[in-house]
Design a protein around this ligand. Structure first.
Ligand SMILES: [Fe+2]
Length: 238
């Protein structure tokens, strides 16, 4: 798997846009964009890249959520490359709906959709077990201290993510995170457990309902498993 973080237009607020290709540009690899950015500025760079003979430079786009900085560029990219476009919500008639747990082939790897409400109701993360890689969109992963309030559904998402043997996170904004991903998630989870947690109706929820100490211990135990990652490389190329 090769992951390329495409250049953005500095004059426009935009998400990161990642191109995922296979190691050898095989015909069966699926050239995939994770997020489209705000304005399609990535199109010119995409035209210049080696993306394999006999196939489109972008065969599919997977949106981590529908906020404009991540999805505004879809129209331009669709017009240029005619990809399939996948999203959790049906905010755009061009989008096919993606579901929690669904497997999506990206480049030469299988990724799994993790529904991750919190930042928005249609947020997803994409987890690639072969590389311990996560495309996290705008899901908050690094919560430095207790305080504030969180929904139970967000807490469940964080528990799920903290239990994964992650090696690298490609966030919706900023540089990839490669050091201490597991520690970061466990610290975030501890801080969330020490904050206010609300149920899906907006009512206060006891910490134990959302997980609490025993769940935290179980999560940490499970996150301490050996990664079990075989083969594969994540390459940050340009
Ligand atoms: Fe964003």
């Amino acid at each position: 798997m090769r992951v390329l973080r495409l250049r953005k237009d500095p004059s426009v607020y935009s998400s990161e846009v990642y191109l995922i290709r296979g190691d050898w540009n095989h015909l069966s690899d699926v050239n995939t964009l994770v997020d489209a950015g705000a304005n399609g500025a990535v199109v010119s760079e995409l035209r210049s890249l080696a993306t394999g003979v006999g196939k489109r430079p972008v065969q599919q786009v997977v949106l981590t959520h529908s906020h404009f900085d991540h999805s505004g560029g879809v129209a331009r990219i669709a017009e240029e490359f005619e990809p399939e476009i996948w999203a959790y919500s049906h905010h755009d008639p061009r989008c096919k709906r993606i579901r929690d747990g669904q497997c999506v082939r990206m480049g030469d790897r299988d990724f799994y959709v993790i529904y991750s409400p919190g930042h928005s109701n249609d947020s997803i993360c994409l987890y690639g077990p072969d590389d311990g890689a996560l495309f996290s969109g705008d899901t908050a992963l690094n919560l430095m201290m207790p305080g504030g309030s969180y929904s139970r559904s967000f807490v469940r998402t964080l528990e799920t993510l903290a239990a994964l043997p992650l090696k690298i996170v490609f966030p919706g904004h900023g540089d990839p995170i490669v050091d201490g991903v597991g520690d970061m998630l466990r610290r975030s989870l501890e801080n969330v457990y020490r904050s206010e947690i609300f149920d899906d109706q907006g009512l206060p929820s006891a910490a134990g309902d959302a997980g609490g100490g025993s769940q935290l211990e179980a999560t940490i135990r499970s996150a301490g498993r050996p990664p079990g990652i075989e083969g594969g490389q994540h390459v940050l190329a340009r």
